[in-house]
Design a protein around this ligand. Sequence first.
Ligand SMILES: NC(=O)c1ccc[n+]([C@@H]2O[C@H](COP(=O)([O-])OP(=O)(O)OC[C@H]3O[C@@H](n4cnc5c(N)ncnc54)[C@H](O)[C@@H]3O)[C@@H](O)[C@H]2O)c1
Length: 217
Amino acid sequence: MSNETMKIPQATAKRLPLYYRFLKNLHSSGKQRVSSAELSEAVKVDSATIRRDFSYFGALGKKGYGYNVNYLLTFFRKTLDQDELTKVALIGVGNLGTAFLNYNFLKNNNTKIECAFDVDPNKMGTTIRDVPVFHMDELEKVLSNDDIHVAILTVPAPVAQVITDRLVKSNIKAILNFTPARLNVPASIRVHHIDLAVELQSLIYFLKHYPTEDIEE
Ligand SMILES: NC(=O)c1ccc[n+]([C@@H]2O[C@H](COP(=O)([O-])OP(=O)(O)OC[C@H]3O[C@@H](n4cnc5c(N)ncnc54)[C@H](O)[C@@H]3O)[C@@H](O)[C@H]2O)c1
């Protein structure tokens, strides 16, 4: 996010890409305004939360009018740095890593996996969807040549910390960690942890213990 972004609550910040994706669709279908109720139905966030989120960035909908789609879209594009391409490195070209390379976030035209790394000599020198796969020995060199500050970690858990230490030294500022390992990083480094097994377990727990009418957004 750009530096000029005011401090908004993290929960709000996490919802911005969701709002942005929906507004882009609305805009391309020619819609000029949207109510918080319509937004709420589409993104499955309750309308009070949407109104509160939007109030943080001064987008105050008018009663009976709703929000101006163009205004919101311009605001989100700027806030989410959509005009700027963020290059990403992927470490670990196994099952999960290969799936990400094949997907490569092409629908978000502002993020792209630029290079991938693995220790497997058979993978070195190959490309997946035009993304080159380098050997881990080249990590520092490639990252220092390119303007890459974000990494996705899809390696076995036991090697995650050692690799993280190397990434931190190579000027990586943010890590999307898919391994079950909990990573130690300096306070200046941002780590988002996506543990699919934990998510699945918690989904099943909620399914068993909470009737659907108790669901809160
Ligand atoms: N596959 C899934 O659906 C899934 C789901 C949830 C979490 N995860 C987690 O994601 C991670 C990757 O899972 P996977 O299924 O893709 O595993 P995988 O074994 O298919 O792939 C791991 C890759 O990392 C490489 N690697 C090993 N040591 C390395 C090192 N020191 N440096 C760089 N690369 C190295 C391997 O050569 C391999 O290509 C694991 O931590 C796993 O627990 C996977």
